[in-house]
Write a protein that binds this ligand. Structure first.
Ligand code: NCD
Length: 314
């Protein structure tokens, strides 16, 4: 069995073996994408509920596509159109869903710990699609998959994560996953956005951008999370871009083979210059494609899928 838990709540909980096992299955699903028929009947008759209590484009569509490609029955609902508006608690909503016999719940919520709470009270599998500033495990896995496609084994590879680390669940999931796989992680951003306390997770904090990227193999660039209160931690977009934006000039200072990632949504000309976002070093759309494969792999494994039944990957 590749996954030990019935749920996927964070990369803090997953071992290096589990992470690599999921990515191996994801690469087999990724190989199916180039076929004319991309759907496989693995989840026929199973019901997955996607509950997004926060805005999302990529993650929501990616989960939905992953579920459709596995032939699952899908129900989508969002806070705006549900009884949350009438004051119902998260637990009551979730228990009502469970009473309708669902097999899996995918949840995005603004409260850290919400996915773990539901995983405890529900018998079905729960996948965390982002809980506040805590974790975003599927994003962490797709980022790691994208890095491994280019760098192979990540042991000793240098990954620099730049931006609003304090408010970023993507950063936290990257840190847990990458350090478990032996990568050397550097965090960079204005001191108000990079808590020094994260050093105890085995990463380096370097607030000087040029120093932080000089020998990096990959840059993972993050958005400023204004919706989580980041507005008070920096003087303004123009100032941020000047100090920490990934511009053509910064790119010229990188190692020739270094590449640039971004989880989206991007704020062009704030954390990343438009030319860099469209330039030859970025792998942003590979990340998006890998996201569907990673989510297919997790759904498959959580629903008891047999890894041996899938055949060879790429
Ligand atoms: C991220 C998120 O929602 O945490 N986006 C995503 O899931 N692709 C990052 C962000 O919002 O900046």
């Amino acid at each position: 069995m590749i996954l030990k838990s019935k749920d996927v709540l964070g990369l803090e909980d997953m071992s290096a073996e589990e992470i690599l096992g999921v990515l191996e299955i994801a690469s087999r699903f990724r190989a199916v994408f180039d076929r004319p028929v991309r759907n496989v009947p693995i989840m026929r008759g199973r019901t997955v509920v996607n509950f997004f209590h926060e805005p999302s484009t990529r993650t929501r569509i990616s989960f939905e596509l992953a579920e459709k490609r596995l032939s699952a029955d899908i129900v989508n609902f969002s806070a705006a159109t549900s009884s949350f508006k009438k004051g119902e608690t998260l637990r009551d909503t979730a228990e009502n869903l469970a009473a309708m016999k669902i097999d899996m719940l995918v949840i995005r919520h603004s409260s850290p710990g919400s996915a773990r709470y539901l995983a405890r009270v529900l018998d079905c599998s729960v996948i965390n699609a982002g809980d506040g500033a805590h974790e975003h495990p599927t994003q962490g896995l797709l980022d790691i998959m994208t890095m491994r496609q280019r760098l192979g084994d990540l042991r000793g590879k240098k990954v620099t994560i730049i931006g609003d680390i304090a408010h970023s669940r993507v950063a936290r999931s990257n840190i847990w996953g990458l350090t478990k796989l032996g990568a050397e992680v550097t965090l960079c951003g204005p001191p108000t956005m990079v808590p020094g306390s994260l050093e105890k997770l085995g990463v380096t904090v370097e607030c000087d951008l040029r120093k932080a990227v000089a020998d990096a193999d990959v840059l993972n660039v993050l958005r400023i999370q204004l919706e989580r209160g980041a507005g008070s931690t920096f003087p303004g977009n123009r100032e941020y871009h000047r100090m920490y934006g990934i511009t053509e000039d910064v790119v010229r200072s990188l190692k020739p083979e270094a590449f640039i990632m971004h989880p989206g949504p991007m704020n062009r000309d704030v954390e990343i210059a438009g030319e860099v976002a469209d330039g030859p070093r970025q792998v942003i759309l590979d990340q998006v494609a890998n996201g569907v494969a990673v989510r297919m792999a997790l759904i498959y494994l959580l629903s008891g899928g047999d890894p041996g039944a899938l055949g060879g990957g790429d």
